[in-house]
Design a binder for this molecule. Structure first.
Ligand code: TXA
Ligand code: MG
Length: 353
């Protein structure tokens, strides 16, 4: 199948492109589209056959449930039942936007969407292309990130093409996404609510609206059956090259990364470095392929470049990537989480003095 790409104005999407996408969604086909976080791979959430095609195109395991996207608050009643009171202040504060709520599913949602769970993950994206598409299709749209399973999520239409060319009929190209990491997944089916995946809405943001929020700490191995949020599996969001992650005081950590980089280079390896602007200035740039993530002081920029930088290092065909963790405040928690998963959970820890 040849993949068509239609360019759209991200703020005011042209109707011809939207209509083409709507036609495909209604026929039970897949359409990749931009959201404010990352590109999604959408299907009619009420059509089990269409949803099954998502798993095939992405090579996604069947035990990883998919987020259902809506365009108006009242649509949540189609998708979910027994809504806890928390839904309303959270939706008021953060929808449309990068917050996904896990609630009890309605009968209308086929089990293929939720991998057989009795809960469903729902979010209302803020990107105009996403909102217009959902509204015009007049169905909720099930959409995981539009990457091959395990790869970094796509933040441009080009990334989607890299992974899914000839596997899907259409990509709506709305340019780069705005946030660059996925939505925060908050489980409201238990008390207190638990963040299953840190993302675009920070823990601090959530705590400004609801008093008590936990963060899941246990990370499941890919072998774990019935993982609470299978997207939490280790080794996810990974570049092709192996990623080694370092955590510790600045000077020692950068010195060790520098030494490792030199050693690996001497052994004939091409070494990529994934690092913030501040850290980059402290590294010797000889021999190393450096991808800067932006300034640590502006974590939104770092989040926005993270996946693109991983893909850029793959394009440069590096053999190994060395990276340093960031602080876990604000969006840093999501960035740190994605780095740890990209490293398959292996972190080289240097002790504080
Ligand atoms: O920003 C985003 O959330 C993007 C855009 C396209 O909306 N979507 C996205 O989807 O990242 P995906 O499929 O790559 O990640 C969905 C996450 C996974 O961690 C999955 O396990 C979790 O949501 N999830 C979905 N349904 C769930 C449920 N019923 N219970 C617990 N976790 C669920
Ligand atoms: Mg994903």
């Amino acid at each position: 199948m040849k993949t068509e790409v239609i360019q759209l104005n991200p703020n005011k999407p042209e109707s011809a492109g939207i209509l083409r996408a709507v036609e495909l969604i209604k026929k039970g086909e897949l359409v990749a589209f931009p959201t404010e976080t990352v590109y999604g791979l959408g299907a009619d959430a009420l059509n089990a056959v269409a949803v099954a095609k998502i798993f095939i195109a992405k090579e996604r395991p069947g035990n990883d449930p998919i987020i259902v996207h809506i365009a108006a608050l009242e649509d949540i009643f189609k998708v979910a039942i027994d809504l806890p009171a928390f839904v309303w202040p959270l939706a008021k504060a953060f929808w449309p936007g990068p917050l996904t709520l896990v609630v009890r599913k309605s009968e209308m949602i086929p089990p293929a969407v939720t991998s057989g769970l009795d809960t469903v993950a729902v979010r209302m994206p803020s990107h105009h292309v996403a909102l217009t598409l959902i509204r015009e299709a007049s169905v909720p749209i099930a959409a995981p990130s539009a990457n091959l399973f395990g790869r970094p999520s796509p933040t441009t239409a080009q990334h989607v093409l890299e992974d899914l060319a000839d596997r899907i009929p259409l990509i709506l190209d709305g340019g780069s996404t705005f946030i660059g990491v996925e939505s925060t997944v908050l489980d409201l089916s238990r008390f207190p609510p638990v963040v299953l995946r840190p993302g675009g809405i920070t823990l601090e943001d959530l705590r400004s609206v609801i008093d008590e929020v936990d963060v899941i700490t246990k990370i499941h191995s890919s072998e774990t059956k019935g993982a609470e949020s299978p997207g939490l599996m280790f080794k996810h969001y990974s570049p092709k090259a192996e990623l080694m992650l370092f955590d510790g005081p600045e000077e020692q950590t950068l010195a060790l990364m520098q030494a490792m980089g030199r050693d690996l280079t001497e052994h004939g390896k091409r070494v990529g470095i994934l690092i913030t602007d501040e850290d980059a200035t402290l590294l010797d740039k000889k021999m190393l392929d450096i991808e800067r993530l932006g300034p640590k002081s502006e974590l939104s920029k770092v989040a926005n470049r993270l996946f693109a930088a991983m893909r850029a290092l793959d394009q440069r065909k590096v053999d190994i990537i060395l990276a340093r963790v960031v602080d876990s405040t604000g969006l840093g928690l999501a960035v740190r989480d994605r780095l740890i998963r990209a490293a398959g959970g292996k972190v080289v820890k240097l002790n504080e003095e």
